[in-house]
Ligand binder design. Structure first.
Ligand SMILES: C[S@@+](CC[C@H](N)C(=O)[O-])C[C@H]1O[C@@H](n2cnc3c(N)ncnc32)[C@H](O)[C@@H]1O
Length: 279
């Protein structure tokens, strides 16, 4: 029998590992939008607000996951065999290690997130892939601590290129938390030939700006930024074609292009390469 996550005994279990079931978490809100089961009533309230303001049945979140899959597959085909996925989120369809290993079976992934529930689920999911995947707690606001984590340091080979994934996470840092400085601190320590794949909420629609207000009120984070501001997160890298664009327009799979709607304009993304002459 499937037991809802907010039933008493399960809630107690979660609280023992540091999960605050009375406050929404972005990982669980995202899970709720994607139709997952790892969320509580407080999370579903934020997800409902998101779906009320941009009534797309969760399409925006699915498009973001599809961008992750296209980006990781692209990097694996370029020969990137190790990935550092910060803000990895709750396991969903097509997780990073599954996508990467579908191209390169020996690909290694370290998942990093600051949400203890994400870590618990990631470790359970990865129990059958002890050889090539790890999950650790870490906070993007402390980038050096992430890179100095013994698992991150020892499990990845820092003499070879790394695919750094910052997908749907940087917009949860407020301006005062210096998101540019945090991203740059990571980029500057990546080996030559590494890549930064990043996606971010955009302020391109009035609906997105209304969503920003709601997220700030209900969740305490969620900052829509302009295309120029998002592009600046790629400083120190060589931005690859087609630049910073709505994720649906980044290397679209065959098929009709998605029309510009508040849903398809919600998240922009791009890919930067480290270690070539900067343009
Ligand atoms: C919207 S989810 C994105 C999940 C996945 N990357 C994707 O694109 O499908 C954002 C994730 O970032 C994590 N996160 C938010 N702020 C963080 C921080 N400062 N440090 C580490 N993780 C953070 C959340 O816990 C959540 O799991």
């Amino acid at each position: 029998m499937m037991v809802p996550r907010d039933v008493g005994w399960e809630t107690t279990d979660w609280e023992q590992i540091g999960v605050d079931t009375g406050r929404p978490s972005i990982a669980r809100v995202y899970d709720a939008i994607l139709g997952g089961k790892d969320n509580f009533a407080v999370d579903r309230a934020v997800a409902a607000k998101r779906l009320e303001l941009i009534p797309d049945g969760g399409q925006g979140a699915r498009l973001s996951r599809a961008f992750l899959a296209r980006g990781v597959r692209h990097l694996a085909r370029l020969g990137v065999t190790q990935f550092l996925d910060i803000g990895s989120g709750l396991p969903s369809a097509q997780n990073t290690h599954q996508v990467a290993q579908s191209v390169e079976p020996e690909a290694r992934v370290v998942y990093v997130d600051h949400d203890p529930m994400v870590l618990a689920h990631a470790r359970a999911l990865l129990a059958d892939d002890q050889q090539r995947t790890r999950a650790v707690l870490g906070d993007l606001r402390q980038p050096d601590a992430i890179l100095d984590d013994p698992v991150v340091r020892d499990f990845l080979d820092w003499s070879r290129p790394v695919g750094l994934l910052l997908l749907g996470i940087v917009h949860h840092l407020a301006d005062a938390e210096d998101p540019s400085g945090c991203v740059r601190a990571l980029v500057d320590r990546l080996p030559p030939g590494s890549y930064l794949l990043l996606s971010h909420f955009s302020d391109a629609s009035a609906e997105a700006r209304a969503l920003e207000q709601a997220l700030q009120q209900m969740l305490g984070s969620g900052r829509m930024r302009s295309e120029l501001e998002i592009r600046a997160f790629f400083d120190g890298t060589r931005l690859q074609q087609p630049g910073v664009v709505p994720v649906v327009a980044w290397q679209p799979d065959d098929g009709p292009a998605e029309p510009p709607t508040p849903s398809t304009l919600l998240v922009f993304g791009g890919l930067g390469r480290i270690g070539q002459p900067l343009t």
